[in-house]
Design a protein around this ligand. Structure first.
Ligand code: KG4
Ligand code: ZN
Length: 361
C-alpha cells in the first residue's frame, strides 16, 4: 500500500490530497482563491502566488491529518510542475521539495493536464486502450490520443481562447461576474438557443482537424448584443439575482453561446472518434461540469457505443487528488525527480522531461 500526498498550486486553487494506491481518496482539501480574484475579473498572478504561499502548508497539514502518523505516513509526494502560472507553480514545487527532502521520500513532478485526464479513475478505475482524452478548462482545451498507459499524443488544442476562458470573457461582457461558466450554464438552461443563433462557424483547418477556436464566438456575442440592442444587467449582482432578473434576450443569448461551444467541442471529438475508433473517452477540466456539454457527451456515447467518462464535479476543477493519482502510477513505473525539478509554465504533455525540468517539444 502506498500513500501519496498530492500538491497542486498551478492557478487559483491551493490543493492537497492524500490518495491510497492511486485510487482511494482519503482526503481532498481545496482552498479556492476565487473571491480574491473576483474584483479583477480574472486570476491575478501576483495575488495567486501570495495566497498559495500563505495557505499551502496549512492545506497540506489538513490533508495528512487523516493519516495515523501525519506526514510520517506519506510514502511519496506528487506535485504539479506545469503548466500554469510560474510564481504559483514555484510555491507548490518548493514546498513539495522541502517536504520530500525532510521526510526522505520520493518526489514526483506531475503534468497538470495528465492530472485532469486521471480525474475519473477514483470512480471508474483503469482505462481501456486506445483511449481519447478531452480536457476542457479555463486555461486549456486539448484533445489527446492515448494508445497505451502514460503515452499521449496531442491531436488538437485551442488556437486562441480556452473554452472556459470564452465563458469567462463572455460573462464579463454581459456583466455576469466571474467565473462565468456556472452562471452562463444556468442561464442557458432557461433560454432558447434558436432564438439567438450566433453567426459563428468554427474554422476547419485541414492540417489541424482537431484544433478548436473560440475567440470568434466572443465577437459574435458582441455583434448580437449590438444588433439586437440587448439590455445588459447592472454589474455586481449575485448569481441568484441574475437568474431572477435576466431578460429573455440574455437567456437566449446564453443558450445560443452554450450551443455554439458544445457543438464545437463535440464536433471535434466526434471527428476523432470516427478516425481513431477508441475503446474509451476520458474527459476532465472545469467546463465538463457544464450541463449542456454533459448531455451532448452522453448522446455521443450512445450514438457510437463508446464509454465517455465524465468526472464527478469534485474532481472536474483543479484538485490535488488527480495529481496524487498520476504520481502513484508513475512511482510504480520507477519514476522520480531530483531537486533540480523546476516549474515549466508552458509544459506540453507528451514531451519528455530532462534534468532540471526542461523539456524537448
Ligand atoms: O479546470 P478549472 O478549475 O481551471 C483550469 O485548470 O483552468 O476550470 C475553471 C473554468 C472556468 O473558466 C469556469 O468558468 C469554467 O471552468 N466552468 C464552467 C462551468 N463550471 C466551471 N464552464 C461552463 N459551464 C460550467 N458549468
Ligand atoms: Zn486545471
Amino acid at each position: 500500500m502506498r500513500v501519496v500526498l498530492g500538491i497542486e498550486t498551478s492557478c487559483d486553487e491551493t490543493a492537497a490530497a492524500v490518495v491510497l494506491d492511486g485510487r482511494q481518496v482519503l482526503s481532498n482539501i481545496i482552498v479556492s482563491q476565487i473571491a480574491a480574484h473576483r474584483p479583477y475579473g480574472g486570476v491575478v498572478p501576483e495575488i495567486a502566488s501570495r495566497r498559495h504561499l500563505e495557505t499551502v502548508a496549512d492545506v497540506a497539514a489538513r490533508a495528512v491529518a487523516v493519516l495515523p502518523d501525519s506526514f510520517r505516513s506519506v510514502d511519496a509526494i506528487a506535485v504539479t510542475y506545469g503548466p500554469g502560472l510560474v510564481g504559483a507553480l514555484l510555491v507548490g514545487l518548493s514546498y513539495a521539495k522541502a517536504l520530500a527532502l525532510t521526510l526522505g521520500v520520493p518526489l514526483l513532478g506531475v503534468h497538470h493536464i495528465e492530472g485532469h485526464l486521471f480525474s475519473t479513475v477514483f470512480e471508474y478505475g483503469d482505462w481501456d486502450y486506445p483511449a481519447l482524452g478531452l480536457i476542457v478548462s479555463g486555461g486549456h482545451t486539448d484533445l489527446f490520443y492515448i494508445p497505451a498507459p502514460l503515452t499521449y499524443e496531442r491531436l488538437g488544442r485551442t488556437r486562441d481562447d480556452a473554452a472556459g476562458e470564452a465563458y469567462d470573457k463572455t460573462a464579463r461582457r454581459l456583466g455576469l461576474g466571474y467565473p462565468g461558466g456556472p452562471i452562463l450554464d444556468r442561464l442557458a438552461q432557461t433560454g432558447q438557443p434558436d432564438r439567438a443563433p450566433l453567426v459563428y462557424r468554427p474554422p476547419l483547418i485541414p492540417e489541424a482537424p482537431y484544433d478548436f477556436s473560440f475567440s470568434g464566438l466572443k465577437t459574435a456575442v458582441l455583434r448580437y448584443i449590438r444588433e439586437h440592442a440587448v439590455t445588459l444587467l447592472p454589474e455586481g449582482l449575485s448569481q441568484e439575482e441574475v437568474l431572477a432578473r435576466a431578460p429573455e434576450a440574455i437567456r437566449d443569448l446564453a443558450a445560443g453561446f452554450q450551443h455554439a461551444v458544445v457543438t464545437t467541442l463535440v464536433g471535434v471529438l466526434e471527428r476523432a472518434i470516427q478516425a481513431y475508433r477508441p475503446r474509451l473517452v476520458v474527459t476532465g477540466g472545469g467546463v465538463v461540469c457544464n450541463a449542456g456539454l454533459r448531455q451532448a457527451l452522453n448522446k455521443l456515447s450512445q450514438q457510437y457505443g463508446i464509454e465517455i467518462r465524465i468526472p464527478h464535479p469534485t474532481y472536474t476543477t483543479d484538485n490535488a487528488a488527480m495529481i496524487a493519482a498520476v504520481g502513484y502510477t508513475r512511482l510504480m513505473q520507477g519514476e522520480r525527480h531530483d531537486w533540480s525539478l523546476e516549474p515549466v509554465p508552458s509544459a506540453r504533455l507528451g514531451a519528455p522531461l530532462t534534468a532540471g525540468g526542461m523539456e524537448h517539444n
